[in-house]
Design a protein around this ligand. Structure first.
Ligand SMILES: N[C@@H](CCC(=O)N[C@@H](CS)C(=O)NCC(=O)O)C(=O)O
Length: 209
């Protein structure tokens, strides 16, 4: 019997952050497929019974239901003793990067990918705006990773898992990854960790390809 249940779907990089934690830390878990593309998270029933905020991921553990990927990652780091900060300062730095991720790094990129790569809107004023904002956030992270192998400290932490949510997603966004060599090298380090799997292998449901 699995210890964790993760409400997720393959296209969700926010859910991948949690799925990758569970995979790398060798937890037993089972995915619960959420039919996001057909509007399941917008139904009254789903919001009343799973997440009033209408978002994936949702993690079920020991009678608790947790939402918001950063909070879930923090919970899992505490519970398993893996990939968390070891000092108060490391914990603060981890939150600093996870907040930057939620506000900018994941947020602009994921929305751009959804419109341009999945809905195939073509280029519009909105996608151009999102691409510029995503590029600025990627540049901040690339510059940081030119000085350090991992976002915080000398080992992979939940800050890395948070920012890794969408970087393996294969859909076209019009943002050239060649401009971010340090992000590319960091991705490779993550991919080489024992237990790493691609989002489309870890989580169920249709993909954007
Ligand atoms: N800050 C949230 C973002 C979660 C999120 O946006 N999830 C997407 C799927 S990847 C979602 O469920 N969106 C539903 C919506 O915005 O209506 C987190 O990190 O968990």
């Amino acid at each position: 019997m699995s210890e964790f249940k993760l409400h997720c779907f393959a296209l969700s990089g926010n859910a991948y952050k949690v799925a990758l934690f569970l995979a790398l830390s060798r937890q037993t878990w089972q995915p619960v497929f959420v039919d996001f593309l057909n509007g399941q998270t917008r139904t009254r029933q789903w919001r009343d019974t799973v997440n009033e905020q209408g978002e994936v991921p949702v993690l079920e553990h020991q009678g608790k239901s947790l939402t918001q990927s950063a909070l879930i990652l923090d919970y899992l780091a505490d519970y398993t003793g893996q990939f968390g900060g070891r000092t108060a300062e490391e914990k603060q730095q981890i939150w600093r990067w996870m907040l930057f991720d939620n506000h900018k790094f994941t947020s602009y990129y994921a929305t751009l990918r959804f419109l341009y790569g999945i809905q195939k809107t073509g280029d519009t004023e909105v996608t151009r705006f999102l691409r510029d904002r995503a590029a600025a956030a990627y540049q901040v992270v690339d510059t940081h990773l030119s000085k350090t192998p991992w976002l915080v400290g000398e080992r992979m932490t939940i800050a890395d898992l948070s920012l890794a949510g969408y970087v393996f997603m294969p859909e076209e966004t019009g943002l050239s990854m060649e401009a971010y060599p340090h992000i590319q090298a960091w991705k490779k380090r993550i991919q080489e960790l024992p237990g790493w799997q691609h989002p489309y292998e870890l989580m169920p449901g249709p993909t954007g390809l």
